[in-house]
Design a protein. Sequence first.
Length: 960
Amino acid sequence: MFKTKLTPIADYIFGAKVLNIMLPLLMVYLVVGTVAQKSMGLYHATEVFFFSPVVWLGNVVPLPGVPILLGALLFCLCGHLVFKSPFRKRKVGILITHLGVVFLVGAGLFSSYVVQEGALVLEPHSPKATYADYHKRVVRVVDAEGDIVTEMPFKNFLTETPTSENCADLPFPYALLEACENCNIIKRTQDGQSFYIGMAQHMQLTPKALEAQNEQNLSGLTIAVPSPAGENSIYLALEGVPVLPEITYNESTYTLQVLKEPRSLPFKVELLDFQRDTHPGTNMASAYQSHVRIIDGTTQWEGLIKMNDPMRYKGYALFQSSFTETPDQVQSVLAVVYNPYRVWPYYATGLIALGLIVHLLFGRSRRGKAALIFAAILLGAPQAMATESQPLALDEFKTLPILHEGRIKPIESFTEVTLKPLGVEDPNQALAELVLAPATAAIKPYILVKSKAVINALELTTKEPSRYSFAELQKAFAQKRALVEPLISAKPEARTPAQQSLVELYEHTQTLAQLLSSLTVLMPLDVRLDDLPPQPDAYYSYAQWQPHRAVIQQRIEQVVKQKGGAVQDYSMNEQALAFLSFTLTRLDAEGKHATLFKVVPTVQEDAPLASPWDVVNQALGTPQTAEHFGAWQTLARAYNDHNPQLWQQTLQQLHTLTPASRMVQAEVFYNSLAPVKTSFALYGLGLLVLLAGAVLAKPTLANRALLPLVAGGLVHLVGVALRVAILQRPPVGTLYESVIFVGLVLVVFTLWRSLKTRDSIWLWLGATGGMLLQALALTLPQTGDDMTMLTAVLNTNFWLLIHVLNITAGYGFCLVVSGLAHVCYARDDWQKRYRPALRNAVRLALLFTFVGTLLGGVWADQSWGRFWGWDPKENGALLIVLWLVWLLHGEVAKALPLRFVLAGYVLLSGVVALSWLGVNLLSVGLHNYGFTEAMAIVLGGVWAAEIAFLAIVQLKRERL
């Protein structure tokens, strides 16, 4: 009787129907909770949507929270394994995968409630045994002897009614006037009144919106403490401020503190040394590490804590998080994590990966294909006027090496980053004139100003086209200083679009100012002295006059002392001396900022090239510096005299003096190949051939599309390989690079399927997908170098290879699924021709996205001490996995209509766009790449196009 009643219940609870309810609900929570991070901040949105057992809809209707949903999912999966999973050879992979998911969900739920994490700030040779919690704050009262009298959670004050008397837990009565989790500090209007004590005399606190990162919130409170005479004294305590309010009550003195909750370590940590490496010529850290000593009673242990390489001791993990610099020393900031069950998700990840691979080996797909995929996974683990004649040839000039943004690159790459965004039509020609003939370049209308609002704000003369010279803009900005300076200091989000354009124009003008002054240190000055070395009655540059600055200054002081400040009373030589002193001082001020044009070799390993001004001012020269300076002086003379022969000879000399590395040579070839543009054109050509075959009803014409598509794929592949050689790291580290790599995965896979099946539909998918993705790549690097150096936390080749390539390959296979689903949704014969191919593509997409997401969790645990943090990028990847699992289970269990499943696969491209591009619109979390208008347009366009496609096809079917 009991068994009979249990079976229908078990069939329902442990079947696909309940799963098909919970998975969409989880996806809704993922989307809503992730979007909420934009306004609520990551920490508070996570607490409300992902950690709370109950989510309130409109503060009225209670809904089960993510912990309850995950608990229910865990229960259903366990029941499914026990009651509805018979052991069969072909089902071994599914069983292992489900077991891994059970282990993962259970481990995640359990460890989330036992993990402790915080920050430990270490000063050299000052051992510490406490660290500060990331999120929890406390109010602490300390007596005159330094002993803690009481300590209570800061959140208690947030729930109190302001101005209500409350003696709880504090050694004096008080009235709470203000408590804010994130405080705005403003000047107190009642300045000087006697009842305001300490900081409260000059400032007051008001609440402001929470920051996206809870660690950035500044908490504080204001209280009133009664005195024996009946008057109130008002005190203010603010987190992170070393000046603490002293409260006197009943002849006892206390200090009041607001601080992050301290946690104790069972040992002490001492910083012995801190080392930071930077990308060449920049302040961007490429890596940093701390040499620390663990002091555990009489036992000591030393070790290095590096980025992505923590130290573990007695269940605690110490991660290199960041560092702070003070005038006296460098402080190392370590992340401290205590999680005794940290390896459980690792085991679950291994089980899930093993299960998915085994399922491919013993499922319906061929073993050879599965073995190939398995191997792929394993491989993934390991001053004169220039003449108006024709410009000089710039082929040799634009390939000269220059250090910029942390790497040495050819000048043509430098100009694409620095001058192309200004609207300069010929960046290489413009750079040559800017550095070699600055007097001419300063009055050339190089900068394109598109915003009419900016033109009006600066009161510039209206032109068509609206191009302006450096001299015009410099004068306009000087006249509008009162308008411009507040905008420069304002936060970008506080500026209007026109104001942002104005600030960008100012920055562009400063770029030109640097370039115009780049070689002025080498240019001969129009000054001659008849009694001062190095040689009287000759013209010399700043660099040649620099050793004699002390003598010049002494001489001019003597002249001023003898004859005063009236220059007309000076002799001709004394006037020349005064002019020289003034010119050197002016050039000195300008040269301090002229650090952009780094082309001269130095003695420093971390900055192998430097600007001429830095070489002179910082004494960075080598024995060959004089020869380099002479070559650049000769090049300037050849440019201004328009001497092609001398121009070419000098450029060859500079190439000999500063030979280009193989990476620079590779980049020159990369720039000439232009692989993104070239492959885009070839994919477009292939698509045109396919369209011609379809329009002319000549199927054989489709075969000819294979040639441009293969050529495009090869160019695409060579481009990716060149990027690896140039950057010396795996091919994906930025959003731009991920678009290129996803396109390569899609094209290679579809070409392989086309050659294997001889079905032209794969050519259609490859040509369309490859062209669209390369078009997207062309829109992304609007400003800045598309070969950027990575920050220290991302600068790890191992995890870029293991995690990033897997997840981006997963994006590519997801787009293959979506593209093939379009075909299936529009055709009636799809089940016979494409259903096996679609199912195999879905499995591939699930394998790479699921394993890639879990590997990202392992990387996060190794780098920051937490496997999962509900970061928008993590949530986006999980959304793809849940979407695929939902549709795949619904199809296999026949719990979802097949037509509905196909529509879901069609919309997979929109889900990928949301995860891949959309989360960046939030500008929240560790992985955000920042907002760009192109991303918003692409995201909206993808969803609009897919919905329109589904609607049109469905309407067409209904009419038939």
